[in-house]
Design a protein around this ligand. Structure first.
Ligand SMILES: NC(=O)c1ccc[n+]([C@@H]2O[C@H](COP(=O)([O-])OP(=O)(O)OC[C@H]3O[C@@H](n4cnc5c(N)ncnc54)[C@H](OP(=O)(O)O)[C@@H]3O)[C@@H](O)[C@H]2O)c1
Length: 329
């Protein structure tokens, strides 16, 4: 497959220096598709959040290696486009609508995939909903809870419960969780919804992985560093930092599936976790100071200027879709 050049925000950091730093920090992915093809050819690989960013790039890479890729997300139009392009290039892609915040959608998705394609060989939990917003801006926004916990924790949990039994019964399967290295950092104000839901799923999935390993099902957690996608784009300061492109991340996920390590992190991942634990108190004081001066994203502030009129405890698909079209705040 030809490498798709990054567009939009990722172009900003496409300097040689930034690329070199991102490569040095890692984690590094597979260089060629040969090993991936040996591993996934003809196999059913479910990729959530495949309408954009890392998920889309991963779908293209796995399909080019001969996998039967199930691509799932809420933006069906976008999935159909991606599937059409993959299929036109000789791949095998199956688009399905999936809203991880909706229990029925998850149940129906899992049942449809198993009915249409049989048991799943590889499950990549990639979909995610980021949120950086001061807590006072979320007082009257219950959908912040539902969107983040649904996409990052409850939805992936339900999907695992639906697909894991088939994997265990067959004695094989690999699950990849795309987490964030942010859960290894000192805790950060304004990121509470995102980081707590990512951390909760990480913790749950690791416990499940420890049980399932005995039945031949393995788990890799990829603690992604900065990834230049539409998710990180709204935070302007992130655009100038070295990070991985969606294509880099797709190769990391390919390595996860081929080599099946328990974890994949940037170089600073585990040292950060130790540092954050040992120096928790001074770091909390420091982070409080730093974040007090950071402000909120434009998207979050615009909601303050135009107070939301949505009903307090109802989330409509359309409303949430609009939220995610600009994703991170
Ligand atoms: N960007 C970063 O710097 C960074 C760093 C570390 C980890 N990560 C993780 O990397 C993963 C991929 O993110 P990305 O950077 O590629 O962001 P992205 O381009 O915004 O993609 C997120 C994907 O998740 C899907 N999604 C969101 N909410 C969903 C829901 N309720 N149900 C089903 N699908 C949903 C979106 O599709 P629809 O909108 O069509 O549903 C989209 O395809 C995420 O898990 C994220 O937490 C990102």
């Amino acid at each position: 497959m030809s490498e798709v050049l990054p567009t939009g925000p990722s172009r900003i950091v496409e300097t040689r220096f930034a690329r070199a730093v991102a490569w040095a920090i890692g984690p590094r992915g597979l260089r060629s598709q040969t090993a991936l093809r040996r591993e996934v050819e003809g196999k059913v690989v479910v990729i959530t959040g495949a309408s954009f960013g890392v998920g889309e790039a991963t779908a293209r890479w796995f399909a080019a290696a001969g996998a039967r890729v199930v691509i799932a997300a809420r933006s069906m139009d976008r999935l159909l486009e991606v599937a059409e392009e993959i299929n036109a290039a000789g791949g095998d892609a199956y688009p399905y609508r999936l809203d991880l915040t909706d229990e029925q959608s998850v149940t129906e998705f899992a049942a449809a995939v198993r009915y249409d394609l049989g048991e799943v060989d590889v499950l990549i939990h990639n979909a995610g909903k980021s949120l950086r917003r001061s807590i006072h801006l979320s007082y009257d926004r219950p959908k912040d809870i539902a969107a983040t916990s649904g996409a990052n924790y409850l939805g992936p949990m339900r999907l695992t419960l639906a697909l894991l039994p088939g994997m265990r019964a067959r004695g094989s399967g690999h699950i990849v969780n795309v987490s964030t290295v942010g859960v290894m950092f000192p805790n950060a104000p304004k990121w509470g919804f995102y980081l707590s839901s990512k951390l909760a799923f990480d913790w749950w999935m690791r416990a499940v992985g420890m049980e399932a390993r005995a039945d031949g099902v393995t788990l890799t957690t990829f603690y992604g560093g900065l990834l230049h996608t539409r998710m990180s784009a709204p935070s302007r300061w992130m655009r100038v930092l070295p990070g991985q492109t969606p294509q880099d991340a797709a190769r990391v996920l390919a390595k996860a599936v081929v080599r099946k390590p328990r974890t994949m992190t940037p170089l600073y991942g585990f040292p950060s976790a130790v540092f954050a634990t040992v120096f928790r108190l001074p770091l909390e004081v420091l982070m409080e100071r730093i974040f007090r001066n950071l402000g909120d994203t434009e998207a979050s502030l615009s909601r303050l200027r135009q107070p939301s009129v949505e009903p307090k405890f109802t989330i409509t698909a359309g409303d949430d879709q609009a939220e995610v079209s600009t994703n991170a705040r």
